[in-house]
Design a protein around this ligand. Structure first.
Ligand code: KG4
Ligand code: ZN
Length: 351
């Protein structure tokens, strides 16, 4: 069973082949054309996907040592994401599936992130037997959910404003760091003191404004953003330059602290012994370290994606399609799936 996965929801063009549940090839091209704009420019993203999609998919098929005629199903991200960007991969995938006469499986990008810690490269599948808490943290999403063994899940918390990755990127921009600032803050923070400045941690035990934080698993990062901005405006450029690493470490500590407290809160309140982190921010070394320590303390098993599968990739798209087919989803020969931009729109749809 060879499944081709295609991902084009944001600024990565990616193709991958999953054979009998194991990834055989993953090709990812990250767009560099956005760096001078401080964020992803949707029109440029679509054009780059259009330019690269044929060669990326060909490379994924070649690397797996198969031909197009050996594909049994094709899967692609149908949303959420930048609508024009999603459309490039989705239209291409459905056109190819139709031409080859194989079924097409639409995949929700966030659901694919949720299962990315369980992507197999041949050493077997290690998904937990029982339910697990999933923290999905990317540039566009911050979602806490409880996932059941049958792949169904319920969302227990989400961000009320900015996503965690956005909090890294926007505060990093204020510090003069290039886009995306998340990985740069991660690196800078290694040399810094996380207790240099205490930035706010909204809706947690350390937040003074919220008395009813307990049992509230939603997130809010806009206050942190404002706090960093006003604090930086009060300090001199020389001071900021001198303490850049300390400031980066303090920002990172505020974001990571909230993510760990909320995730562990869900596991504790529901008596769940397994937890996973996924999405671009799951590449963050401080988050990985702090969550591992918290899980070790409370006897919870932590699942993390390989670095390659933390940020956007097509292996997670093909893997989820394979899991769905293995769990009894009948892959259909329907090639008229429309893209969707938001997670809420995805919830209203049944593909
Ligand atoms: O999942 P992803 O590749 O794309 C989206 O679906 O958004 O996530 C990208 C986000 C960006 O905000 C980026 O700054 C963040 O993930 N990110 C990190 C790290 N690596 C990527 N944030 C903190 N530390 C990192 N090491
Ligand atoms: Zn993503």
């Amino acid at each position: 069973m060879n499944i081709l996965g295609i991902e084009t929801s944001c600024d990565e063009t990616s193709g991958a082949i999953v054979r009998n549940g194991n990834v055989c090839s993953t090709v990812i091209s990250s767009q560099l054309c956005h760096s001078s704009f401080g964020g992803v420019v949707p029109e440029l993203a679509s054009r780059e996907h259009e330019r690269l999609i044929v060669s990326i998919v060909d490379a994924a098929i070649n690397e797996a040592n198969i031909t197009k005629n050996e594909l049994d199903a094709i899967a692609a991200t149908a949303g959420p994401g930048l609508i024009g960007a999603v459309m490039v991969g989705l239209s291409f995938a459905q056109g190819l599936a139709w031409a080859l006469g194989v079924p097409f499986v639409p995949v929700n990008h966030i659901e694919a992130h949720i299962f990315s810690p369980f992507i197999s490269e041949g050493a077997g599948h290690h998904a937990p037997e029982g339910p697990f808490v999933s923290l999905t943290v990317s540039g566009g999403h911050t979602l806490l959910s409880v996932v059941e063994p049958d792949l169904s899940y319920s969302v227990v918390g989400r961000t009320l404003d900015d996503a965690a990755g956005e909090a890294f990127d926007k505060t990093g921009k204020m510090l003069g760091l290039p886009y995306p600032a998340g990985p740069v803050i991660d690196k800078l923070a290694e040399e810094g003191d996380p207790s240099f400045h205490q930035f706010p941690r909204a809706l947690t035990s350390q937040s003074q404004s919220s008395k009813s934080w307990q049992g509230n698993f939603d997130f809010s990062f806009s206050g942190l953003k404002t706090s960093v901005l006003t604090w930086l405006q009060r300090e001199s450029p020389e001071f900021i330059e001198l303490h850049k690493a300390d400031i980066a470490a303090s920002i990172q500590s505020a974001i990571v602290g909230v993510l760990v407290e909320k995730s562990m809160g869900v596991a504790r309140s529901r008596g769940i012994r397994a937890l996973s982190i996924s999405g671009g921010v799951s590449a963050n070394s401080a988050l990985r370290r702090a969550m591992q320590e918290a899980c070790d303390r409370e006897g919870v098993m932590l699942y993390l994606p390989k670095m390659l599968y933390a940020t956007d990739n097509a292996a997670m798209i093909a893997t989820l399609a394979n899991l769905k087919i293995a769990r009894g989803l009948k892959a259909e020969c329907r090639y008229n799936i429309a893209p969707y931009a938001s997670f809420a729109a995805a919830a209203r749809r049944r593909d």
